[in-house]
Design a protein around this ligand. Structure first.
Ligand code: 13P
Length: 250
């Protein structure tokens, strides 16, 4: 059975006190234990965040990034092994903001994936097309290529550890959400591509999250889609009530 997951990507928001208050509030609000709630916090919050959720099976912490090398003279950077040693279990890789604002290319993402997996972190790997690709009806091909170029070097054992997040770039932070038809269509396509490469068992068991203006109002209909296993949530993850309502939308 695929795990139901709601991950909050805080991006560069909340100071330490605000962030820890948010976690406290969300824990207090009570959400279904069957849903894994992940907080992808800024690096500097991670140790405190891990402490808050350490006795809770239905909560986990993710990093939003790591460096692609194991260690060395890379001033200001954070390695995968540092992230893992803090008690963090997950890591977001391939987010469109990192691809576009920080020039993260596919070869770099491959290095980050490999080093994350080597350090026992579970990657939440993001794919997504831009508006032009969608309007030109190239979206399926773009996603097929993103999956192939970044992930298909992985062994079946490593691939099966991944979580995939489909985040159409045109839906991120815009208030424009994919329709259920668009989300289900793409999630089903991703699962069928994975089936072709890695087989039925792996494709049926991998969690595929939707991201892009997911909120307390639209989460229910998105999560009702057969191939949507949860969400990667930006803006709405910064409010305790909204994040909890999304987590309770299955
Ligand atoms: P929004 O939910 O703010 O659109 O952000 C989505 C996202 O980028 C999550 O990684």
């Amino acid at each position: 059975m695929r795990r139901k997951i709601v991950a909050g990507n805080w991006k560069m928001n909340k100071n330490l006190e605000q962030g820890m208050n948010l976690i406290d509030e969300i824990i207090k609000l009570n959400s279904s234990e069957n849903v894994l709630k992940i907080f992808a916090t800024p690096f500097i919050h991670i140790t405190s965040a891990v402490e808050k959720i350490k006795d809770k099976k239905d909560f986990a912490i993710a990093a939003q990034n790591c460096h692609h090398m194991e260690s060395g003279a890379y001033t200001g950077e954070v390695s995968a092994s540092m992230v893992r040693s803090s008690g963090t279990e997950y890591i977001i890789i391939g987010h469109s903001e990192r691809r576009s604002y920080f020039n993260e290319t596919t070869p770099l993402l491959v290095q980050k994936l490999n080093i994350a997996l080597a350090n026992d972190l579970i990657p939440i790997f993001c794919v997504g097309e831009n508006l032009e690709d969608r309007n030109n009806n190239n979206h399926l091909e773009v996603i097929r290529q993103q999956l192939k170029d970044a992930l298909y070097h992985l062994s079946p054992a490593d691939f099966s550890k991944l979580i995939i997040a489909y985040e159409p770039i045109w839906a991120i932070g815009t208030g424009v959400t994919a329709t259920t038809h668009q989300a289900q269509g793409m999630h089903n396509f991703i699962r069928s591509e994975i089936n072709k490469k890695y087989g039925k068992e792996i494709s049926e068991n991998i969690s595929i999250l939707y991201g892009g203006s997911c909120n307390a109002e639209n989460a229910k209909e998105l999560f009702a889609c057969l191939d949507v296993d949860g969400g990667l949530v930006g803006g709405a993850s910064l409010k305790a009530n909204d994040f909890t309502a999304i987590a309770n939308s299955f």
